[in-house]
Design a protein around this ligand. Structure first.
Ligand code: PMP
Length: 361
């Protein structure tokens, strides 16, 4: 028997076991071709089928309307931090961003290379422990930008801010894409590095409304235009075939268990188990995020001292509960409970945390 642990890393992160098993089975001889998918031309009919199935799964699972393009790009979500302003800028118009933590700040830094950035709301005053309310974007902005889920602080948008109808809203959904039902029509652009909730590292999913593709100036480098990739169905150049294949397998699994509405229900149950544990711990465990901003995906918490946290992480490790250390910039602990984390994993963690509390109170 292969040993599998419960892996709470924030990303790359745990993948559905059936997807890994299928990949293992097909690794050396992909569907009778006598080749691994890694060895097959990206122009072959075998790869073409994988590619279109992956895109179809994304479209069906997220109920993406026809007027949106689905792109599979390289360079990580960090590359989209500059591709968003580069592709959406309009001369003399500012861009409006919400600052909910380090990933928002990184996006803002890149946007500054292309125009004036206005930060219309921020939760920096309380160490990014909440999602600002009543966010207002203005009519004279080129586009608006939010980070849908803040991986480091464990906060998540549960209601989407409304941008004026002419203003496209872009969201970085790297750490929560498909964690719950989302009406894609709220957005002009959605982007997400795959390595947390839908697949392995190496590919970034970009969902962009068709009419926005023509905004980009003609003298933009070819690879930096979404339009280039949209026109060639993300096959302008050699794409990350293997990563896309793994996304396909992981999304097939998601479909088989009932799709996004089913996983949303499970995600809410999983997150509740952990948050209830904190809330009933008499302050032994203290969640970082304010209650109304709690993330379904990244559950961040602190113990009384860094020493106790270290002990907790070490003992959890020994029990096969891996990756619970908080991000280096905030410390504490973090359990990333993405779609592929089984309920059993969260139950085991909760039992462990309760026992740890009893022994260390
Ligand atoms: N945005 C968010 C919300 C993230 O959590 C991360 C990675 N942790 C990134 C962007 C950066 O993604 P990448 O490493 O794919 O560039």
């Amino acid at each position: 028997m292969t040993k599998r642990v419960f892996n709470f890393y924030a990303g790359p992160a745990t993948l559905p076991l059936p997807a890994l098993k299928k990949a293992q089975k097909e690794l050396i001889d992909f569907k009778g071709t006598g080749m691994s998918l890694m060895e097959i031309s990206h122009r072959s009919k075998e790869y073409a089928a994988v590619h279109s199935e992956a895109s179809n799964l994304v479209r069906n699972l997220m109920k993406i309307p026809d007027e949106y393009n689905i792109l599979w790009l390289q360079g990580g979500a960090s590359t989209q931090f500059y591709m968003v302003p580069l592709n959406l800028k309009i001369d003399n118009k500012p861009f409006e961003y919400v600052n909910t933590g380090i990933w928002s700040k990184k996006a803002i830094k890149e946007a500054n290379f292309y125009g004036e950035v206005k930060v219309v709301a921020s939760s920096e005053d309380e160490n990014f422990s909440y999602i600002p309310k009543n966010i207002k974007f203005n009519d004279d902005t080129a586009f608006a930008h939010i980070t849908g889920n803040n991986t480091i602080y464990g906060t998540e948008f549960h209601d989407w801010p409304k941008a004026p109808s002419e203003i496209p809203l872009a969201s970085d959904m790297s750490s929560h894409i498909m964690d719950k039902v989302v009406d894609v029509k709220n957005f002009g652009v959605i982007y997400a590095g795959a390595q947390k909730n839908i697949g392995p590292a190496g590919v970034t999913l970009v969902i962009v409304r068709e009419d926005l593709l023509d905004r980009v100036s003609e003298n933009t480098p070819t690879m930096q235009k979404w339009k280039t990739h949209a026109e060639k169905d993300s096959l302008f150049n050699t794409g990350p075939c293997w990563a896309i294949y793994m996304c396909k397998l992981s999304l097939e699994h998601l479909k088989s268990i009932g799709g996004v509405p089913a996983i949303e229900k499970i995600n809410k149950e999983k997150a509740k188990m952990l948050y209830d544990t904190f809330d009933s711990s008499d302050g032994f465990y203290k969640g970082h995020a304010k209650k109304d901003s709690r993330s379904l995906m990244n559950v961040t918490f602190n113990l009384k001292t860094p020493e106790l946290e270290e002990k907790c992480i070490k003992e959890a490790n020994e029990k096969g509960l891996i990756g619970l250390k908080g991000h280096r910039s905030v410390g504490g602990m973090r359990a990333s409970i993405y779609n592929a984390m089984p309920v059993e994993g969260v139950k085991t963690l909760v039992e462990f945390l309760k026992e740890f509390k009893e022994k260390n109170e």
